[in-house]
Design a protein around this ligand. Structure first.
Ligand code: NAP
Length: 280
């Protein structure tokens, strides 16, 4: 029986998940078709109910449905419940289990691609939206020493830090970067098609030489922040590894098999390069 998985969101036309998940299934010799399940909010209950069918492995969930799916599931894992967001649904014999692999995907990308162990390190997160929440939670779980959060709208940073508890704290003003081991852009600044595609989410003048600069924005692959950091000789990590590792963790939850991460990275990079070429 051909089985199915897919991505639920609105819109999902530009999602890279179908590209690298399909490559992973093919490489692993699994007869699975990964589909784009574009779903306006009123259709969400029926879409999620359809995941209980025996030929469905599960789904990824993206904007704007990560919160909305929660009451439609049978069980939600601890991290997803704390994040208040599910990005992976697994169908086990007609019961639906919700997980959040975004934050763990970020931590895996740090470890595997930047050789950076978050335990005991000091982080500055820019932004206080859904991505910042998942990442901050995973960093606390990985025993980061400090998780400072700055956001354009300070009230949102304060609310997030209150939810998370120590050592997370909100900063009203952008601090000097010299005291941090890792800076993470979790805003949409620098994103193609976003509100400020050419902008920097913060100046880098005060960065010490050991700072790792991470931008979770993955389109374009080299954002203005990553370009500015590299020009200063700082180490950088783009957003694609996080995207791949969250998908790799989802693949493992669906199949019980190790994800072919290299195959997934290659498929995603080829597709991004194709899109960037087509846009020129
Ligand atoms: P979100 O919930 O909408 O949050 C957006 C954040 O960006 C908020 O903190 C917002 O600040 C800030 N922001 C927006 N415009 C800004 C501006 N002009 N100047 C300063 N700050 C601004 O979005 P999200 O889901 O957290 O996603 C954030 C980014 O991460 C997106 O680019 C998304 O593509 C990327 N992402 C990547 C991955 C990955 O796997 N690599 C995963 C998830 C998300 P206010 O609160 O002040 O509005």
């Amino acid at each position: 029986m051909t089985r199915r998985a897919g991505i639920i969101g609105y819109p999902v036309g530009h999602s890279l998940s179908p590209v690298f998940q399909q490559a992973a299934f093919a490489h692993s010799g699994l007869d699975v078709v990964y589909e784009r399940w574009e779903t306006p909010l009123p259709d969400l209950p029926a879409r999620v109910a359809a995941l209980r069918a025996p030929d469905v492995l599960g789904a990824n969930v993206t904007v704007p449905h990560k919160e909305h799916v929660i009451p439609l599931l049978d069980e939600v894992g601890g991290l997803a419940a704390r994040a208040g967001a599910v990005n992976t649904i697994v169908n086990r014999d007609g019961r639906l289990f919700g997980f959040n692999t975004d934050g763990p995907g970020f931590v895996a990308a740090l470890r595997q691609e930047a050789f950076f162990e978050p335990g005991g390190r000091a982080f500055l997160l820019l932004g206080a939206g859904g991505a910042a929440r998942g990442i901050a939670l995973a960093l606390l779980e990985a025993r980061a020493a400090a998780v400072d959060i700055w956001n354009r709208t300070p009230e949102r940073a304060a609310a997030l830090a209150r939810d998370l508890g120590a050592p997370a704290r909100a900063l009203a003003d952008l601090p000097p970067l010299a005291g941090y081991d890792c800076l993470v852009n979790c805003t949409t600044v620098g994103m193609k098609g976003g509100p400020d595609p050419e902008g920097l989410p913060c100046p880098l003048d005060s960065a010490g030489p050991g700072l790792l600069v991470v931008d979770i924005v993955y389109a374009p692959r080299v954002t203005p922040l990553l370009r500015a950091a590299a020009a200063r000789g700082l180490r950088t990590l783009g957003g694609l590894p996080m995207l791949i590792y969250q998908g790799a963790l989802a693949f493992e939850l669906w199949t019980g098999l190790p994800a072919p991460v290299d195959v997934m990275v290659r498929a995603a990079e080829n597709e991004l390069a194709r899109r960037e070429g087509a846009a020129r």
